[in-house]
Design a protein around this ligand. Structure first.
Ligand code: FES
Length: 106
């Protein structure tokens, strides 16, 4: 997901009621790896930025359907670009943007 998709996320899917979510740069920590990376709204999805940081996350077609990129969210908040059904405490990294500093487990 590129920055255009994140602008769409910011401007469309999550706009109602409380206003758009604040997309601020943040830190993503990967539990058990000793690794972390910086995420910025312009850099893309959680998956895009993790891969750019050299952290090998699993992925498939990257359209939010196969769940190959699912990661457990240990701490922090995130938003998905597309409506996602699934368990609480997990996100699809190809469609996710952190809303706070995030701790994930692979
Ligand atoms: S890569 Fe398939 S849902 Fe993310």
């Amino acid at each position: 997901m590129g920055s255009a998709a994140l602008r769409h996320l910011h401007g469309s899917f999550l706009r109602p009621r409380g206003g758009p979510p604040e997309l601020e740069p943040g830190k993503v920590t990967v539990v058990g790896s000793g690794r972390s990376f910086a995420w910025t709204p312009a850099a893309g999805s959680l998956l895009d930025v993790a891969l750019a940081a050299g952290i090998a996350l699993r992925s498939g077609r990257r359209v939010g359907q196969c769940e190959s990129c699912a990661v457990a969210v240990v701490e922090g908040r995130f938003a998905h670009l597309v409506p996602v059904e699934g368990e609480q405490g997990a996100c699809l990294a190809c469609q996710a943007a952190p809303l706070t500093d995030l701790t994930i487990a692979l």
